[in-house]
Write a protein that binds this ligand. Structure first.
Ligand SMILES: O=C(O)CCC(=O)C(=O)O
Length: 325
């Protein structure tokens, strides 16, 4: 089977996409700040069947919990808009919105030259991720144009819980009819489907800087971690063509608040109607990243989830970070 054929198999393996020095900068900043954070951060819910939640939780807030080996036990939701960690968010954004990512996305479908980053995740450690399709949780409106992106931030050890995609499952997997099922029923159905698709599970050996890109309907997940001394550092983005709106199973995101980084749109929040997007505090931050002084503007808006981040007016991220192309 050709492993790299986007149109046929629904995913793309990109070796050496992001240079090591940019990943190292992000991890240096992560270890210096976020890993030791004592505030409450937005977490990415695991795709758990036992949650019994018919409305899959959007996110939850929790203080850092470290594993016995000192890794962050729970993944971060939307690391690109952490108001208290603008250096980390800026570096994550500079990767997620990089020219390298933009170019790969633009090549996928002639109808969509430009994409917007709608959601992101950062993992230091991962106990395993149940097989799922992103389009159950986040998709474009009309459906079918959402793209997932997973970047290895270190060489992922075979025992660390490698990420996988199931080739062709965007065509052979369950369709949207299953999307009426609640989260637990959906994940159970997916597991049954996986039985028939096992032979098509592709578990690449990813080194730092390698990435996988997949169609939103492609089934994917991560194998269980079998050696807790192994971290599994990764950065994920979910992108939707700028021409289209985003949506979840319940509603269309008709009113997202967006900003631009390196020429790419990114969503600050898709819930402005819940908490109005009114800045209540603006702070200028200067952080040292790998010996360089990087200046950012942190914007807090009404309500915790409205946390926003942006560069000071007139300062381009390239200028702040040095060349990132
Ligand atoms: O990194 C993981 O294990 C989960 C990520 C994922 O499922 C996603 O990006 O959609």
């Amino acid at each position: 089977m050709m492993r790299n054929d986007w149109s046929e198999h629904g995913f793309l393996l990109c070796r050496d996409l992001i240079p090591a020095d940019r990943i190292e900068r992000l991890l240096v900043e992560y270890r210096a700040t976020v890993l030791n954070a004592d505030d409450v951060l937005a977490r990415q819910p695991r795709f758990r069947r036992e949650s019994g939640d018919s409305r899959h939780p959007h996110a939850y807030d929790a203080p850092n919990r470290l594993t016995e080996f000192g890794y962050l036990a729970e993944g971060l939701k939307n690391p690109h808009v952490l108001e208290n960690y603008p250096g980390f968010s800026g570096l994550a954004l500079s990767i997620l919105c990089s020219r390298e990512v933009q170019d790969r996305l633009a090549d996928l479908n002639p109808d969509y030259a430009e994409y917007c980053l709608h959601q992101s995740m950062f993992f230091d450690f991962n106990p395993g991720t149940e097989p799922h399709q992103d389009s159950y949780y986040i998709d474009s409106e009309p459906r079918g144009a959402m793209i997932g992106f997973w970047l290895a931030l270190e060489d992922i050890h075979v025992d660390a819980g490698r990420f996988y995609v199931v080739a062709d499952s965007h065509v052979e997997g369950p369709g949207v009819e299953l999307f009426n099922a609640d989260n637990a029923a959906y994940l159970n159905a997916l597991e049954r489907t996986m039985g028939g698709l096992e032979a098509k599970r592709f578990v690449p050996d990813l080194a730092a800087g390698d990435a996988l890109i997949w169609h939103g309907d492609v089934i994917h997940g991560a194998l269980p971690n079998v050696d807790p001394s192994r971290s599994r550092k990764s950065l994920t983005g979910h992108y939707i063509p700028t021409k289209l709106l985003g949506r979840n199973r319940f509603r269309v995101y008709g009113n997202t608040v967006e900003r631009t980084c390196l020429g790419m749109r990114y969503v600050v929040t898709n819930r402005p109607e819940v908490e109005p997007n009114r800045p209540v505090a603006i702070r200028r931050n200067t952080v040292e990243v790998a010996g360089e002084s990087v200046e950012f503007l942190a914007v807090r808006t009404v309500g915790g989830e409205q946390a926003a981040f942006s560069l000071p007016l007139g300062v381009r991220l390239e200028d702040a970070l040095g060349s990132v192309t």
